[in-house]
Design a protein around this ligand. Structure first.
Ligand code: BGC
Ligand code: NOJ
Length: 813
């Protein structure tokens, strides 16, 4: 193993990851914003902002896949004599005397020092406000007076991030700005159908500005050497078309030891239709003035920052573990929960691997994401469930994605992913177990957002189950449709045309025999949940009806879904086995092992144990479990996108971190704590951080979607960080199945599954109106709770009955 260079470290006390070298192996980013206004920010201040929807309401421009990487951001240029530098090193890349980036909970602080000047910028989005604050502190640490020239820089995106990148014949003529004092307004298309504008403000007098990019930068220059900055002279340009930007110019004089704060504000405003203008062609700035006045001093900004920190104190106080193992505690208590909030907010829309224009909120993705988030802000999870269900079709099928701004199903993708409906049950059950709020089942929810089509949410759950039952194939297993969880197993979408997408090409449903064992397992797991929910709500007939369907599915899996050493993956269009020892390649897949072991299908006959052993034998490697083995070495027309990837990447035998937890839960249910833990630790970011910063490449504080598998050129290299269902699944796995604190309808079920080396640990868990302090004494056991003592008295069974107030629980294994 090559010596691994380190680029940073965890600071648990401040809940931060501290990056100490700007030249990380890939931009290491963070997310700002909790609800409507969001930003992505890299460790060199690259990235962009948007309001609600990264496609339809992009506020600042960013260039994906550019040279250099990570191009565009909020840049501060400091000209000190002949030297020009940036606190975040980029874009000038002037060597700094000191550099540090601290990514924290919804904020980032970047500090640079050069020639006796320190520039520190705190970036965050205040709660309930539509703006990004950039508090810049300049400090003279030298013994001479410093005369600095400061230039800020933002580049406006013309709102729709997709057309912004393609419709130049129009775009180069529409750009419009206004300048008023220290505020630069971006109002492109405001004259016609838009009722929103953006602004960039600083709370200090400015000595100049620029709003036209070419004038500021110079047509043949780069962000690294803009003409205006290099000469130290703003042009006071007024953009008409082309590419509008916002740059303030400020002359700063600092005595030795003196420091000054500047509050920059990137804001977004919406006006009522009849209040758009204050004079012909002049935008109504009332709301902008109001927003600015709420954040125009250091004190006000510090207060807003304290409120944000308090929010995170509260959110992270809901579930807290003390195991004494820092690497575990920091992931459980800080970073995993943080990533869950981010995936809940963004689904798979905007990251440094997701351009923000292609994919809105996934139906299956969001249902999984909310399981990682529901304990934090249950009302938002509730709303999300309703939004998602509103994009379902009357037959139980669903739009695969919807746009967060409009909440409408995305027609470019459509539906036909046959696992989608089941996830609605997964999400809803998690919500009710956390909150005890059964009333959500009675909410009236439309189909495809059509007013008048409303039925109860419970009806939606019912037709979701029925959608599976009504779409069974020749082996009585679920028909796969376009794909199941694995978007790339396209068994009915035959394509020889490189110009079409694998997912949206024709779905040949006529005569198909393509069935999915992944959906079969998912159906059994969610079916059992559905049956329990029906019983709980007095719907005994419906419970009995569905129990029959679940039993039939279990039989079908045992009869047609077992390959001898593991569960089959699928049957193809022609009814041939996939994921079988009979196949030349991809003999075994992880998804069906995960779901069928979670469903415990055939456990009594040893199927579960055999399947889990096969995962260890064939799928596991140093960096986790690969998706399939051996990898496909050639394209198979009948299988689709999965076989399009080179060996070891993505769905073709990459370590798709998302599905590793499924097997880990299977291990936990089977009581195999040592195995569960060893699989878990392999993909736990803090363990990876310690070993492989260079190899892993992407952010060491969060999970990524995929790590190159054992068949890849460089096993262990990570990609697609941040926005992945891995976050929610890692959380669900560790909080409920490993540490064993599981919300249930009537209380908290205690059922840990631990490595035999585990020592005593304590979980503080807020649950509805109760506060539990639960201490577990494993005594070397991997599984099996012997005794639960609640507030001094032993209880029957392992469910702590819910009652409000403070409780102390002692658990002996
Ligand atoms: C990726 C999948 C993804 C799909 C969605 C594929 O190229 O490999 O992970 O879900 O695109 O569009
Ligand atoms: C990413 C998608 O967002 C998710 O929905 C899918 O399950 C995985 N890729 C696997 O294909």
């Amino acid at each position: 193993m090559e010596q691994q260079k380190r680029y940073g470290h965890f600071d648990d006390q401040h809940r931060e990851y501290v990056i100490t070298d700007p030249q990380t192996p890939w931009p290491w980013i963070n997310y700002l914003g909790n609800e409507d206004f969001f930003s992505l920010i890299s460790n060199t201040a690259g990235g962009y902002s948007f309001y609600k929807d990264a496609k339809f309401r992009r506020i600042t421009r960013y260039r994906y896949n550019n040279v250099p990487m990570d191009n565009g951001g909020r840049y501060f240029y400091i000209k000190d004599g002949d030297t020009v530098w940036n606190p975040g090193w980029k874009p000038c890349k002037t060597p700094l005397d000191f550099y540090e980036c601290r990514h924290g909970m919804s904020y980032t602080r970047i500090t640079g020092r050069k020639d006796g000047v320190e520039a520190s910028v705190l970036f965050f989005v205040p709660l309930k406000k539509w703006c990004e604050v950039q508090k810049l502190t300049l400090k003279n640490e030298s013994s001479a007076v410093k005369k600095l020239k400061l230039f800020s820089f933002e580049e406006w995106c013309l709102w729709n991030a997709a057309t912004d990148m393609e419709n130049f014949q129009r775009n180069f003529s529409t750009g419009e700005v206004e300048i008023e004092g220290s505020t630069i307004y971006h109002k492109t298309e405001y004259r016609e159908r838009r009722n929103h504008y953006a602004f960039y403000h600083v709370n200090a007098p400015i000595q100049g500005y620029d709003t036209d990019r070419e004038t500021f930068v110079g047509l043949y220059n780069e962000f690294a050497n803009p003409d205006a900055v290099m000469e130290g002279k703003p042009r006071n340009s007024h953009a008409h078309g082309w590419s509008p930007i916002a740059s303030h110019y400020i002359e700063v004089e600092l005595k030795p030891g003196e420091s000054k704060d500047f509050v920059f504000l990137l804001g977004y405003i919406e006006n009522e239709q009849d209040e758009k203008f204050e004079a012909p062609q002049v935008i109504n700035k009332k709301k902008a003035h109001a927003l600015i006045s709420e954040l125009d001093t250091t004190e006000k900004v510090d207060k807003a920052f304290a409120e944000l920190n308090a929010l995170w104190d509260n959110l992270l106080n809901i579930y807290k573990v003390r195991t004494g193992n820092d690497k575990l505690d920091r992931m459980v208590n800080i970073w995993n929960q943080y990533q869950c909030m981010v995936t809940f907010n963004f689904s798979r829309s905007a990251s440094f691997f997701e351009s923000g224009v292609g994919r809105g909120m996934g139906f299956r993705d969001s249902n999984q994401d909310l399981v990682g988030f529901v304990h934090q802000i249950p009302p938002r999870a509730r709303q999300r469930i309703i939004d998602i269900a509103s994009t379902q079709f009357p037959d139980g099928g669903c739009y695969h994605q919807y746009q967060p701004l409009t909440k409408r199903g995305n027609n470019d993708i459509g539906g036909g992913f046959n696992d989608d409906p089941c996830w609605l049950i997964f999400g809803t059950v998690a919500y009710i177990k956390e909150t005890g709020d059964f009333s959500i089942l009675d909410e009236m929810v439309p189909f495809d957002n059509q007013p008048g089509s409303e039925v109860t949410l419970f009806e939606h759950l019912k037709i979701s189950m029925d959608h599976v039952i009504k779409n069974l194939g020749p082996h009585m297993l679920p028909l796969i449709g376009r794909a199941d969880w694995n978007d790339c197993l396209n068994l009915n979408c035959f394509s020889w045309d490189p110009n079409e997408s694998f997912q949206t090409t024709e779905n040949v449903s006529e005569g198909t025999k393509a069935e999915s064992l992944m959906i079969a397992g998912l159906f059994v797991v969610t079916g059992k949940d559905y049956v329990a929910l029906c019983k709980k709500t007095g719907k005994d007939d419906e419970a009995a009806r569905m129990q029959k369907a679940v039993d039939a599915m279990i039989d079908a899996v045992k009869k047609h879904g077992w390959d001898g050493e593991w569960y089959l993956r699928a049957y193809d269009f022609y009814g041939r086995k996939i994921g079988s020892n009979e196949n030349d390649e991809a003999k075994i897949f992880i998804e069906s092992q995960g779901w069928c072991t979670m469903a415990e299908i055939g456990a009594e006959d040893g199927l579960v144990a055999k399947s889990l052993d096969s995962c260890k034998k064939y799928l596991e490697c140093e960096h986790g479990m690969v998706l399939n083995n051996p990898a496909f070495s050639k394209y198979i027309y009948e299988y689709g996108e999965i076989s399009s990837y080179p060996e070891g990447y993505k769905e073709n035998a990459g370590i798709f971190c998302h599905n590793n937890p499924w097997v880990i839960i299977g291990e936990c249910l089977a009581g195999r704590g040592n195995d569960a833990w060893s699989h878990y630790a392999k993909i736990l970011p803090s363990y990876v951080e310690e070993k492989y910063q260079t190899l892993h490449k992407v952010e060491p504080y969060v999970n990524c979607q995929m790590v190159a598998g054992k068949d890849a050129f460089k096993p262990g290299e990570g990609k697609n960080s941040w926005l992945t269902g891995t976050a929610a699944w890692m959380w669900y796995t560790v909080s409920e199945f490993i540490l064993g604190i599981k919300p249930d309808y009537d209380g908290i079920r205690i059922d840990p599954c631990l490595p035999e080396t585990a020592t005593d640990y304590t979980v503080q868990r807020k649950f509805r109106d109760a506060d539990y302090e639960i201490t577990i004494h494993p005594n070397g056991a991997q599984k099996g709770v012997k005794k639960v003592v609640l507030d001094g008295s032993p209880i029957e069974g392992t469910v702590i009955p819910y009652s409000a107030g403070k409780h102390v629980v002692e658990v002996t294994m």
